[in-house]
Design a protein around this ligand. Structure first.
Ligand SMILES: C[S@@+](CC[C@H](N)C(=O)[O-])C[C@H]1O[C@@H](n2cnc3c(N)ncnc32)[C@H](O)[C@@H]1O
Length: 479
C-alpha cells in the first residue's frame, strides 16, 4: 500500500509541475526507489488514457479514491504487473476489474490499435521504439572485460563482438550483447535484460549504469595516484567509476548533502571494492579549497542536482513541456555556484561538469557564464567521433539523447586550466603532431594508448603533459 500511496503523492506533484520525478522519488526516502520510480514514470506516460478510463467508468464516485491514487492502481491493474498490495485497495480494484478492462478495450477499438503502447502520445511512442539498451559497466576493480564476456557466454548469452555503428544496438534482442562503440569496459544488451538478481551484479563485478552517465569519469580519466574530488557524489556510480580508473590508488574525496543517499553509496562502494575514497556528508560549497587536505587535488567531477529532464520517462507530453522557469533558474544558479567554487582549488587541472538535463540553461549557459568569470580555464574538445555536440558555440561539449546516442539525455563539459605562457609555447609546438596522431587513430582504428585517453589530444595541454608523464613512466618501468 505504501508504494501506491507514495506513487500517487509524487504523481500529483509532478502533474502540478511542483517537481521532477527523479528528485521527488529520491527525496521520498522510499525503501525501493527503483520500483517507485518505474511506477510513477509508467503511470505518468499513460496518464491521459488512465484519465479517460477513470472518467468513463466513474470509479472515483464508487470507490471514493482520489484521482492520482486511482491512476496508479488502474495502471498496475490493467497495464503494469497487476495490483500487488493486499488490503482494501486490491479488493476495490478486483471488484471493478471487468468494468475497467472493458473501458480500456473500448478505447483501443475506438483508436483502432491492439497494443497498450499504441495508446501512448506520439512522443512517448517514439521513446518506446527507441528504447534505451541495458548498459553494463565492467568493474575493473574486481574483474575484467574478457572474464565477464566468457562468464556470460557460458550462461547462454550470445556475444556479437564490438558495435561498429549505433544501429547495431537496435538489432539486439534476447540474450545478444555487444561491446560498446565508444566506451571501453561497457557492454550493451537489449533494454529488457534485467541483471538486478544476477551474481555478477550482486558481487559488484558489473555496475548497471547508463552509457551517458559513464562519460564523466571516462573523460576525466584521473590516473592512479591522483587526488580527485567528486563534489556531488551520491549514489556513487561515477565515484566507483573514478576509483576504477584510478585503480584504487590515490585519494578520492566524495561529498554529498544527503545522508540517506550517502549511506546507500557506502554500500555500493563496498560492493564495488572501492577503497581509495573518503566520504563526507557535507555541502560542497562549504569545502575549503585552501585546506591543506586538498592541496594535491588536480581533478574534479561535478555532477550537481539538476532538473533530471534528460531521463527518458520525463520526456512525454505531460512533463516534457519546459520546466518551471523559476525552478530552472534556481538550479542553474546553484550549478554555477558549484562550478565557480570547484575552480577555486589551487592545483586543479581538469574538471568535468555534467547533468542529466536537456535544458541549455543548466548546461551550455552555466558553462558559458563560468568561463566568462574564470578566464584561466577553457574547454577541451571532447571525443570528435561522438555524434551529438553541445549547442553552438559550445560544440566542444557533448550532449546525449535516446535518438542520437541511445542513452538518457545528458550533457558533459570538460574544463581545463590554461597553460602558463611559457607552457603555451610548448603546447603550440606540439599541437600539430598531436592532431596528426589523432587523425591517424581515427582512420586506422584506435591505438592502445589512445583508447586509454578518451579526450581529444589537440589543445588539451594538461592531458598532453600527463600523457608524456605516462609515457615516461612506462619507459621507466620497461627499462
Ligand atoms: C545528480 S545527483 C549525483 C549523482 C552521482 N554523481 C552519481 O553518479 O551517482 C546530485 C547529488 O548532489 C547532491 N547535492 C545537492 N546539493 C549539494 C551540495 N551543495 N553539496 C553536495 N552535494 C549536493 C544531492 O544530494 C545528489 O545526491
Amino acid at each position: 500500500m505504501a508504494l501506491y500511496m507514495k506513487a500517487a503523492e509524487i504523481l500529483e506533484k509532478v502533474e502540478q509541475k511542483r517537481g521532477a520525478v527523479k528528485t521527488l522519488v529520491y527525496d521520498s526516502k522510499f525503501p525501493n526507489i527503483k520500483q517507485l520510480f518505474a511506477l510513477v514514470c509508467e503511470t505518468q506516460k499513460y496518464s491521459s488514457v488512465l484519465q479517460e478510463i477513470i472518467e468513463s467508468t466513474k470509479i472515483l464516485k464508487d470507490t471514493k479514491l482520489r484521482i492520482h491514487l486511482a491512476k496508479v492502481l488502474v495502471y498496475d491493474l490493467l497495464i503494469g504487473r497487476g495490483v500487488k498490495c493486499g488490503g482494501a485497495w486490491k479488493s476495490l480494484m478486483m471488484k471493478h476489474r471487468s468494468r475497467l478492462e472493458a473501458a480500456l478495450a473500448r478505447i483501443k477499438i475506438k483508436r483502432k490499435v491492439s497494443r497498450n503502447q499504441d495508446l501512448l502520445p506520439s512522443s512517448s511512442q517514439q521513446n518506446q521504439n527507441n528504447t534505451i539498451p541495458r548498459y553494463v559497466r565492467v568493474n575493473t576493480l574486481k574483474t575484467n572485460l574478457e572474464d565477464v564476456i566468457d562468464y556470460l557466454k557460458r550462461e547462454g548469452f550470445s556475444y556479437q563482438g564490438k558495435a561498429s555503428r549505433l544501429e547495431d544496438l537496435d538489432r539486439l534482442s534476447g540474450k545478444m550483447f555487444l561491446c560498446d562503440l565508444h566506451l571501453k569496459d561497457l557492454l550493451v544488451f537489449c533494454g529488457k535484460t534485467d541483471f538486478h538478481e544476477h551474481f555478477l551484479y550482486k558481487a559488484g563485478h558489473i555496475i548497471l549504469q547508463d552509457k551517458a552517465s559513464c562519460l564523466p569519469a571516462f573523460l576525466l580519466n584521473p590516473p592512479p595516484g591522483s587526488h580527485v574530488i567528486d563534489a556531488c557524489a551520491a549514489p556513487g556510480n561515477k565515484t566507483s567509476h573514478l576509483a576504477a580508473t584510478m585503480n584504487n590508488k590515490g585519494k578520492l574525496f566524495a561529498f554529498d548533502l544527503d545522508a540517506k543517499r550517502l549511506s546507500t553509496m557506502s554500500t555500493l562502494l563496498l560492493r564495488a571494492g572501492v577503497t581509495c575514497h573518503q566520504l563526507a556528508n557535507q555541502d560542497f560549497l562549504t569545502v575549503d579549497p585552501q585546506s591543506s587536505e586538498y592541496k594535491e587535488v588536480k581533478y574534479i567531477l561535478l555532477d550537481p542536482s539538476c532538473s533530471g529532464s534528460g531521463m527518458v520517462c520525463l520526456q512525454d507530453e505531460s512533463s516534457g513541456a519546459p520546466s518551471d522557469p523559476e525552478r530552472l533558474q534556481a538550479l542553474a544558479a546553484f550549478q554555477l555556484r558549484c562550478l565557480n567554487h570547484a575552480l577555486q582549488f589551487p592545483r586543479l587541472e581538469q574538471l568535468v561538469y555534467s547533468t542529466c538535463s536537456i535544458h541549455a540553461q543548466e548546461n551550455e549557459d552555466v558553462v558559458t557564464f563560468c568561463l566568462q568569470q574564470n578566464p584561466e580555464f577553457r574547454l577541451v574538445h571532447l571525443l570528435p567521433e561522438w555524434p551529438e555536440r553541445g549547442h553552438e558555440p559550445l560544440t566542444h561539449c557533448l550532449r546525449a539523447s535516446t535518438v542520437m546516442t541511445r542513452t538518457h539525455g545528458f550533457f558533459v563539459a570538460l574544463l581545463e586550466r590554461r597553460p602558463l605562457p611559457s607552457e603555451e609555447i610548448f603546447t603550440r609546438a606540439t599541437t600539430v603532431t598531436s592532431a596528426e596522431e589523432k587523425c591517424e587513430t581515427i582512420q586506422s582504428g584506435p591505438a592502445e594508448e589512445d583508447t586509454e585517453n578518451p579526450k581529444e589530444q589537440s589543445g588539451s595541454s594538461c592531458s598532453k603533459k600527463r600523457k608524456r608523464k605516462n609515457r615516461k613512466k612506462q619507459n621507466t618501468q620497461e627499462s
